[in-house]
Design a protein around this ligand. Structure first.
Ligand SMILES: [Cu+2]
Length: 372
């Protein structure tokens, strides 16, 4: 299985149709009209990241790392700000959303066909990643994306994933949620040797029938660091015969949560650099939540309920409704939202220290934008 292979990866650009279908970003332009309507001339992008960046704050009020259960260390009084200053910072963060940053993760990677096999190249390297406006962190990234590029196949497809290690630690790739033969399970010293720096390794498999759903790929070596620092991505398996509820979907959105050295992120970015989910009134959105972090993240959507259809790719006995859905580490949950109420709806993790502090919203916050 192991091979030396210096083929470099050329990340693929998804087609425009795919871009519009799989990503809300292509629809973000109209949002500018909606969100910017709230955008006055005083909006100060320099302040936008203040809720996240230690700059200017005390150690206490910039500490958002209290975990899922720890109390947030900062109170308004402790922040040393008066209410007018707090209002200004809260407003600036919202006005900056969606803030532009360098780099976009989770972009659809088109396969290269090799004798009927869908072949993908993933190259891991160290790089700088702009997680919020002006805040650069070290990322260990596949194809210069955090999360890594999105792989989308169908039940029964033959797949070949070549991992090129251009990083300074060994690694291996696990396909989380796929029920594969043991020798492609991706766990060093259990099913394969580690992939050393400079080496490449090929995973060849057939996606089992009945294994459709929202799955993931990630490092399974020094994973608390490698996966936290960016070595992860979505591996979506489309059903050969989609259920009626799946066929109704207009916008199919992957939402990957992480909570390591990059802070609290949605698809590799913290608010206000997160990407809104955009749909028109009457459209149906499918959200595929994936938690690649180490904490729980109960995701809460304002205004409209979510109908849960799948857990870890498995259909629920019957769809059920909620407005807050806990997503634990390693879990994937698929929900359907029928967008019947126009507006910009807050959409965030409800472990509040992951989402808002005295400086305003940060981290795991985005919006569902329902265009009239
Ligand atoms: Cu959270």
């Amino acid at each position: 299985m192991s091979e030396q292979n210096d083929t470099e990866t050329v990340p693929s650009i998804p087609s425009r149709r795919d871009f519009l279908r799989y990503s809300a970003l292509g629809l973000a332009v109209p949002l500018a009209g909606m969100a910017v309507s709230a955008c006055g001339p005083e909006a100060d992008p320099k302040v936008a990241g203040a809720g996240l960046a230690p700059a200017g704050g005390s150690a206490a009020d910039s500490n958002h790392s209290g975990g899922s259960t720890a109390p947030h260390p900062a109170t308004p009084a402790a922040s040393g700000k008066n209410w007018q200053e707090m209002d200004r910072m809260h407003e600036a963060g919202v006005k900056a959303f969606p803030a532009a940053t360098q780099g976009k993760g989770n972009q659809l990677l088109a396969p290269r066909m090799e004798n009927g096999v869908k072949a993908y190249d993933l190259t891991v390297r160290k790089m700088q990643w702009e997680v919020e406006p002006g805040k650069h962190v070290e990322a260990w990234a596949f194809n210069e994306q955090v999360p890594g590029p999105q792989i989308r196949v169908r039940e029964g497809d033959r797949v070949r994933v070549r991992l090129h290690n251009r990083f300074d630690e060994s690694t291996a790739l696990h396909f989380h949620g796929l029920e594969l033969p043991n020798d492609v399970d991706g766990v060093p010293f259990i099913t394969q040797p580690p992939i050393h720096p400079g080496e490449s390794y090929t995973y060849d498999f057939t996606v089992p029938d009945g294994n459709a759903g929202s799955h993931m790929y990630h490092s399974h070596y020094n994973s608390a660091q490698q996966t936290m620092n960016g070595m992860l991505g979505a591996f979506i398996v489309e059903a050969r015969n989609p259920r009626p509820i799946e066929r109704e979907v207009d916008v199919d959105y992957v939402m990957i949560l992480n909570d390591g050295a990059h802070g609290y992120t949605i698809n590799g970015k913290g608010f206000p650099a997160t990407e809104p989910v955009v749909a028109k009134v009457g459209q149906t959105v499918r959200i595929r939540y994936m938690n690649e972090g180490m904490m729980i993240h109960p995701m809460h959507l304002h205004g409209m309920h979510m109908t849960v259809i799948d857990k870890d790719g498995w259909a629920q006995p019957a769809p059920w409704r909620c407005d807050t859905l806990n997503v634990a580490p390693g879990e994937r949950w698929d929900v359907i939202v029928r967008c019947d109420k126009p507006g910009v709806w807050a959409f965030h993790c409800h472990v509040l220290p992951h989402a808002e502090g005295p400086h305003g919203m940060f981290g795991m916050v985005t919006a569902l934008v329902v265009e009239a």
